[in-house]
Design a protein around this ligand. Structure first.
Ligand SMILES: Nc1ncnc2c1ncn2[C@@H]1O[C@H](COP(=O)(O)OP(=O)(O)OP(=O)(O)O)[C@@H](O)[C@H]1O
Ligand SMILES: Nc1ncnc2c1ncn2[C@@H]1O[C@H](COP(=O)(O)OP(=O)(O)OP(=O)(O)O)[C@@H](O)[C@H]1O
Ligand SMILES: [Mg+2]
Ligand SMILES: [Mg+2]
Lengths: 246, 246
């Protein structure tokens, strides 16, 4: 079972868009996939028109089993929505174990999945900590602009700090998102990413494509909304990249 | 003295880009402007190449006066960087007064400014609360896509809830950002925004323009980097809109 966090504390880099469409691409390939919404703002739920008052919040705050809150949303694809109280974890989480609640929930899972994909919030607080301590892989979306780089260097510092102190080690992948190939800046950022993280930048680049921005308006993934589009091709190829690695 | 928060808990909508370039546009018009970085990720500091270990964190956590941490960064323009401990406010802030620390710091300010512009983080926690309880105006950047709308409706609920409970009332302005006029989706979002908030959507739309993404790479505002550009025109006009209102 592969557990992958879609993580970047920089806002608007395509975490939610990647979580939804990567998860569905894997499910369409016959993999059994569980999507977890770890963002109190619940955009994953908004994207798919699947919003519930109870979900990840009950799992982390009240030890509810994942199985009790997961919703079948597509063939082979389950979603645990954020729930309305997920933001409380940051303020009510107490004690040393509060960083390990997701790990505990995953250990107690009865069901098997091929992939667990976790949509993270634009922050590096207790929710992100829970994810870092429970997953084996990070997929870090990076946009082709300067502030993305400064955000990335900060993110890597935070991850290294947590992994060193708590003796964790995750495999890290990077994917360029919202990519505009015609911009010199985007190509420069792409080159830098390859220089800093050789062999960790996934070959597929997710291009900026309005269909990806439109599909949530219909509560559809890109494959349902426009299966013959750059957005669909890119996320399909990203899924293939990920299945081939590791 | 006008106090304006650049607020939206949705990530990557141009809060930081707007804070920097609006503040500089006002300063270039001869206004005396103070920029406050309220984002623990400190992107304002990264943007302008002005990063310090102490700043807003010391003001909010240890009652340091704003004047002690403000840096003169351009003619008529001062910046209080986030400082490295700003994230601690969320976890260490205690007691009823913890929501009013910014208000207290502003009340104790000796200096006069024409405008105080506050760059907010992509979250609605204690930092955003402090800002909401201290400012008179909100400028809410909105991008032309569907998830921006769901984020906006959530934001308005949070603001209304806080303002009702704590008897506050701010003036709210909206500005479309990263706008691609050729996209039908963007024009639909623009129309919806005008329908929901008549007379509150600023006439200037900030267009998507690569120069705005490039200028932080040179630690320059758009006016220094490319004064004859759509980005510069749009932020100059946005400043003129704001000066004319209220
Ligand atoms: N490749 C793309 N092409 C066009 N639009 C995109 C693309 N990827 C994402 N978007 C749009 O950009 C906006 C930001 O994307 P998204 O919400 O997925 O990012 P995020 O990192 O999850 O944001 P947040 O930090 O707020 O959680 C959304 O409106 C989305 O529809
Ligand atoms: N009008 C624009 N045209 C082109 N690029 C833009 C524009 N506005 C912002 N950007 C770029 O988009 C990215 C996100 O913008 P910015 O960081 O200002 O948003 P934000 O709301 O402050 O994000 P966060 O939620 O992470 O604080 C940045 O890389 C920025 O350079
Ligand atoms: Mg998201
Ligand atoms: Mg910002």
């Amino acid at each position: 079972m592969r557990t992958i966090a879609i993580l970047n504390q920089k806002g608007g880099v395509g975490k939610t868009t990647t979580s939804v469409n990567l998860a569905h691409a894997l499910a369409l390939q016959g993999k059994r996939v569980l999507l977890l919404d770890f963002d109190p703002q619940g955009h994953l739920g908004s994207y798919l028109g699947c919003e519930y008052t109870e979900g990840m919040d009950q799992v982390l705050l009240n030890d509810m089993p994942l199985q009790a809150v997961q919703k079948l949303i597509r063939d082979n694809l389950y979603l645990v929505p954020a729930g309305e109280s997920l933001g409380l974890l940051e303020t009510t989480g107490k004690g040393v174990s509060r960083g390990y609640r997701l790990q505990k929930a995953l250990d107690n899972m009865q069901e098997r999945f091929d992939f667990i994909i976790i949509d993270c919030p634009p922050a590096t607080g207790l929710l992100a900590m829970n994810v870092l301590l429970a997953v084996d892989e990070l997929l870090i979306p990076v946009t082709g602009d300067y502030l993305a780089l400064t955000g990335l260097s900060r993110l890597m510092q935070v991850i290294m700090h947590i992994e060193t102190r708590l003796e964790r080690k995750t495999k890290k992948w990077f994917v360029l998102t919202r990519f505009n190939e015609r911009r010199k800046l985007a190509r420069e950022i792409q080159k830098k990413l390859h220089d800093y993280f050789p062999n960790q930048v996934l070959p597929t680049t997710i291009r900026e494509s309005v269909t990806l921005a439109e599909s949530p308006g219909f509560a559809q993934t890109i494959f349902e909304y426009r299966n013959k589009s750059y957005g669909a091709d890119d996320y399909r190829n990203l899924a293939i990249n990920l299945m081939a690695l590791k």
